[in-house]
Design a protein around this ligand. Structure first.
Ligand SMILES: Nc1ncnc2c1ncn2[C@@H]1O[C@H](COP(=O)(O)OP(=O)(O)OP(=O)(O)O)[C@@H](O)[C@H]1O
Length: 268
């Protein structure tokens, strides 16, 4: 099977502010292609444009210039209504806050993206059942979010993000609010989804440890892509490589990298 691009971003700029004064180039002439089955991490300092990039890809924000195609569809030409259907059917999201609905069970939360698509009930039951099994939470189907652990809530959120088999899974600091054990659990799950089901994942993270699970990292600085790193060897080696690159970008990043490097033997 031929590998197809899942994201084609071509000369994208996003400018905030007035026509001439106080302009902020949140993204500045950004181009990259993501192939189906990649697991890409976006890294960069605070204010470098990571969230803007993710928002443009997720169709929540419109670029000032340039084009973005997702799975062959140019989203920069779509109307609002088409965009919301496209988002619901083709994209999956994992956020730092799990955004589960408290008055729905685990099963109902996971079924939500399918219920919105008017699928027959037996098809919904079948797909939800499979994805709950996959994420090891089948026995929690009838429980409510308030009665399960943080890690289980995060897995429920992950199940909901993939139940409709999106072309692309997007994460904004998905491990941000998790302790180390649950963060590793979620990253392992994402890695499995990526490797075993070829789900394409784009994730924003400031954390080198999380980023080391990716197959490629794009580094962004002042709205520009400044470097990319492919994982060639082990995750541990990739982690050190990422820390070294972060170390190249400013004293603050270097300080954080040095701290992390000293902890590398413990966590890596
Ligand atoms: N709605 C907006 N109006 C004006 N400027 C904005 C707006 N949103 C973002 N910016 C600016 O665009 C730049 C990029 O912001 P963005 O949120 O993409 O950065 P980030 O890398 O995600 O930062 P962080 O890691 O702190 O979340 C920043 O200078 C920010 O102040």
């Amino acid at each position: 099977m031929a590998i197809k691009p899942v994201i084609e971003m071509n000369k994208v700029s996003k400018i905030y502010g007035g026509k001439t004064e106080n302009q902020v180039f949140a993204l500045n002439d950004v181009s990259f292609t993501m192939q189906e089955g990649e697991f890409i991490g976006i890294m960069g300092a605070s204010g470098s444009g990571k969230t803007t990039l993710l928002n443009v890809v997720s169709t929540l924000d419109h670029p000032t210039e340039g084009t973005v195609a997702i799975a062959g569809t140019d989203i920069t030409r779509m109307k609002a209504r088409e965009l919301s259907d496209f988002r619901a059917q083709r994209l999956g999201f994992i956020f730092q806050e799990f955004n589960l609905l408290d008055n729905l069970t685990v099963y109902e939360n996971v079924a939500l993206p399918l219920s919105l698509q008017d699928l027959p009930v037996h098809q919904i039951m079948d797909r939800v059942g499979k994805v709950l099994e996959q994420l090891g939470i089948a026995e929690l189907a009838d429980k409510y979010p308030a009665t399960i652990s943080g890690g289980q809530r995060q897995r429920t959120a992950a199940a909901r993000a993939i139940v409709h088999e999106p072309a692309l899974l997007l994460g904004d600091e998905p491990t941000g609010s998790l302790d180390t054990k649950n963060a590793v659990g979620l990253l392992e799950q994402m890695k499995r989804l990526n490797e075993q089901q070829q789900i394409s994942i784009l994730m924003v993270t400031h954390d080198a440890f999380s980023a080391s699970y990716c197959s490629r990292i794009l580094f962004i600085q002042d709205g520009r892509l400044v470097q990319e790193l492919y994982r060639l060897g082990s995750r541990e080696a990739f982690y050190k490589q990422i820390l070294n690159v972060l170390g190249d970008y400013g004293a603050a990043a270097a300080e954080a990298a040095a701290k992390e490097l000293s902890a590398v033997e413990d966590r890596g």
